[in-house]
Design a protein around this ligand. Structure first.
Ligand code: MYR
Length: 131
């Protein structure tokens, strides 16, 4: 289950991914150490995610398959939705400023939650441990 609190442990190719997203070097350096912690609770199709980082604290509610809005810490606005395919949460979001797609997945691997990101040909991962 995805439920519980997850703290980011390490990243793979996240700097390149953020660069592709157009994020400045200074912001990327900060974002690489954002101490992201997410708490996921879900009940059927309804998810509640609490996100805490050095940038902000916010709470997000979404329903699988239902489009919602989400803003990144730098203000970039996305619109999209999550679905569950087997054991994998698959998110398909679109940037409102340029129409490009950001794909993301969440999957539990052993005692880790692995989130993948894909944007404009660049893939990255953030690996979380229970916290
Ligand atoms: C959630 O389930 O946590 C809320 C919705 C997440 C939407 C997509 C997340 C993409 C985050 C990309 C980070 C990019 C930093 C450049």
């Amino acid at each position: 289950t995805f439920d519980g609190t997850w703290k980011v442990d390490h990243n793979e190719n996240y700097d390149k991914f953020m660069e592709q997203m157009g994020i400045s070097m200074v912001k990327r350096k900060l974002a690489a150490h954002d101490n992201l912690k997410i708490t996921i609770q879900h009940n059927g199709d309804k998810f509640h995610v609490k996100e805490i980082s050095t940038f902000r604290t916010l709470e997000i509610d979404f329903t699988l398959g239902v489009t919602f809005e989400y803003s990144l810490a730098d203000g970039t606005e996305l619109s999209g939705s999550w679905i569950l395919e087997g054991e994998t949460l698959k998110g398909k979001f679109t940037r409102k400023d340029n129409g490009k797609e950001l794909l993301t997945t969440r999957v539990i691997c052993g005692d880790e939650l692995v989130q993948t990101y894909s944007y404009d040909g660049v893939d990255a991962k953030r690996i979380f441990k229970r916290g």
